[in-house]
Design a protein around this ligand. Structure first.
Ligand SMILES: [Zn+2]
Length: 299
C-alpha cells in the first residue's frame, strides 16, 4: 500500500485536485454506493492487515452516514468493520502503520515500548494482547479519570487496572517510549500544545508518534471551541461532544484542528511532521481522503 506524506496544505490540496489516482478512488466509491442504494447495510470482501487474513468488512449507516443527491454515503472512516477483529477502517489503518514500524524495529533486535493514549478501547485491547504474545514488545495505555487523581494511579473501573493520566502532564519519565499513539484524543484537551510537549518529552530519541484527530483539510488555523479559565469551562463556540465510554455526556471538543497542528508538532521539536495519506480497497481503507499524522523525535 502506498503511503504519501505531506508537509503542507498546498501540496496536499494539489494532490486532491490533480492526482488521477484520487479521482479514480472517489469514482470507485461512488460506483460501490450506486449499486447498494437499496441496502441499509452491506459487506465488502477484503484482507485485514490487523488480523492478517481474508475477511469481510461491514458497512452501515452508523456514525453519521450522509444523504446526498445520489443517495446515502457511509462514513467510510468510521465503518468497514472487520468481522474478525471488529475494528473499523480508521483504527485498522492505525494499527497497520504501528505494526509495520514495531515489526521493523523488533526484526533489528530492538525492544519496542509503546504508549497508547487510551485503554478501554478495542485498539488498546489488541495492542495489549500482542504485547503479551511478542517478546520485547511492551504496551501501556491510560485514560483520564478526573482531576483529583494523581497521574500513574491504577484504578479498578469498567475494567480492572485502568491507569489514570492527564496527557497535559504525564507521569512517565523522560525518554520512556519508542512509539506513542493518540487516536481522536487531542481535540479533547484544553492545551493540545502542552500534550504535544509531553509526548515529545516521554518519547525516546528516534521515537515515532502516530496521531488521528478530527481535522479540517481546508483550514490552516486551529479553532478553539472551548477553554478552561480558572478551572471553569468557557465555551467560545456551541459545545460539541464526542462519545466516551467513561462518560454519558461524552467528551467536550476543545479544538477544531487545521494545518496549524503540523506547525505545533514542529514547534515542539518533532521532525518530518507529516500528514500520511493512504487508500486501499483490498485492506478496506476507503473514504478518499484517508490520513493520519506522523512525526519522529530527532536523535
Ligand atoms: Zn481484522
Amino acid at each position: 500500500m502506498k503511503i504519501r506524506k505531506f508537509q503542507s496544505q498546498q501540496d496536499f490540496q494539489n494532490l486532491l485536485a490533480q492526482h488521477p489516482d484520487i479521482r479514480e478512488h472517489a469514482a470507485f466509491e461512488v460506483a460501490i454506493m450506486s449499486r447498494r442504494q437499496g441496502n441499509k447495510r452491506f459487506s465488502l470482501e477484503g484482507y485485514c492487515k490487523v488480523c492478517e487474513r481474508p475477511t469481510t468488512f461491514l458497512v452501515d449507516r452508523l456514525f453519521g452516514a450522509q444523504e446526498t443527491a445520489e443517495g446515502w454515503l457511509p462514513n467510510w472512516r468510521e465503518r468497514l468493520v472487520c468481522t474478525h477483529c471488529h475494528l473499523k477502517n480508521r483504527l485498522r489503518a492505525m494499527l497497520h502503520a504501528i505494526k509495520e514500524v514495531a515489526l521493523t524495529r523488533l526484526s533489528k533486535g530492538q525492544s519496542v515500548s509503546l504508549y497508547a493514549m487510551e485503554q478501554i478501547t478495542s485498539l488498546f485491547a489488541w495492542l495489549n494482547k500482542k504485547s503479551q504474545q511478542i517478546e520485547n514488545l511492551t504496551c501501556v495505555g491510560s485514560e483520564y479519570l478526573g482531576e483529583k487523581i494523581e497521574g500513574g494511579t491504577i484504578v479498578d473501573g469498567i475494567i480492572k487496572g485502568i491507569r489514570h493520566e492527564n496527557i497535559e502532564a504525564l507521569s512517565f519519565a523522560d525518554h520512556s517510549f519508542d512509539i506513542i499513539t493518540s487516536n481522536d484524543v487531542l481535540e479533547h484537551v484544553n492545551l493540545p500544545e502542552q500534550a504535544i510537549a509531553e509526548m515529545y518529552r516521554v518519547l525516546k530519541k528516534e521515537g515515532e508518534i502516530f496521531i488521528t484527530i478530527p481535522f479540517h483539510l481546508n483550514a490552516f488555523q486551529t479553532i478553539r471551541r472551548a477553554q478552561l479559565v480558572n478551572g471553569e469551562i468557557k465555551h467560545l463556540l456551541p459545545p460539541l461532544y464526542h462519545g466516551n465510554p467513561l462518560s454519558k455526556k461524552g467528551s467536550l471538543v476543545f479544538n477544531d484542528f487545521g494545518w496549524e497542528f503540523l506547525e505545533q508538532l514542529k514547534a515542539a521539536g518533532f521532525c518530518d511532521v507529516s500528514l500520511c495519506h493512504y487508500w486501499s480497497y483490498l485492506y478496506g481503507y476507503l473514504g478518499e481522503p484517508q490520513y493520519y499524522f506522523w512525526a519522529y523525535k530527532p536523535n
